[in-house]
Design a protein around this ligand. Structure first.
Ligand SMILES: Nc1ncnc2c1ncn2[C@@H]1O[C@H](COP(=O)(O)OP(=O)(O)OP(=O)(O)O)[C@@H](O)[C@H]1O
Ligand SMILES: [Mg+2]
Length: 230
């Protein structure tokens, strides 16, 4: 499903290359839910952005369903991301002048799906995430937790191969955070969706089947959550 092979990444600061990820290597199987943990600056977002094809690694390879995404050109990658990859941002990234339903339909518009069918799909997912009554409202009329639910529905509407989330509960209070984690776990269990979730919250790590930990750009742990503090 996902294979990260000896992935390294450096950012260029002026004339100097700063290594941020070093020889990261792991696989994620279909239906797995993985928490990606590590202190601030350890390289979590960089790794997630590489796996989601938002940037290219310095060396190494990322295979999703057997396709090496770092080898694709811009058009191939855009097309591949549209059908295989879902992404949930900490700050929701909803389009303010579109309704909740239109936001969720948007990835299907890009796929060229007919209006009636994409409306049905959006409505069904919005009902699933508990927003069946809010579909014609605008994002600004929703709470943070509700906006994140819209963003989750949008990331899933294309039935992607894998969903990446970068601190999806980072802007939410503890109670709403728990609701969002419950929802992600339910979607993982009922739909068999594969998730990689970047988080600072140990609560998320406790509840996923597997935890991968980064420290200073190195993968230092990969396994079941052992309960130690960060
Ligand atoms: N575009 C960039 N240019 C240069 N350096 C960058 C860039 N993006 C990230 N970095 C550096 O890479 C390192 C890892 O950043 P990254 O955003 O991946 O960390 P993170 O683990 O997601 O941290 P946080 O928990 O604070 O979100 C940091 O030292 C950061 O300064
Ligand atoms: Mg980050």
């Amino acid at each position: 499903m996902l294979a990260v092979n000896h992935l390294s990444h450096s950012f260029r600061n002026g004339t100097e290359d700063t290594p941020v990820l070093n020889q990261i290597h792991f696989d994620v199987g279909k239906g797995e839910m993985v928490a990606l943990l590590g202190s601030s600056g350890s390289g979590k977002s960089t790794l997630l952005n590489l796996m989601a094809g938002l940037m290219k690694p310095t060396t190494g390879s990322i295979l999703i369903n057997g396709s090496a995404i770092e080898k694709m050109n811009e058009n191939q990658l855009a097309e591949f991301r549209r059908s295989h990859i879902g992404f949930i941002f900490q700050s929701y990234e909803l389009i303010t002048h579109l309704t909740v339903r239109e936001n969720v339909e948007l990835p299907l518009v890009f796929q060229g799906m007919k209006p009636k069918l994409r409306r049905e799909k959006a409505m069904s997912l919005l009902t699933k995430v508990g927003l069946g009554e809010k579909t014609e409202m605008f994002p600004s009329q929703l709470s943070g937790g509700q906006q994140q639910r819209v963003s989750i529905a949008r990331s899933l509407v294309t039935m992607p191969t894998i969903v990446f989330a970068d601190e999806p509960t980072g802007n939410l209070d503890t109670k709403t955070e728990k609701e969002i984690i419950d929802l992600l776990i339910e979607l993982n269990e009922t739909l068999g969706l594969t998730f990689v979730i970047v988080t600072h919250e140990l609560e998320v790590a406790r509840r996923t089947q597997r935890v991968i930990q980064l420290r200073d750009g190195y993968l230092v742990e990969d396994g079941a959550w052992a309960g130690e503090d960060e």
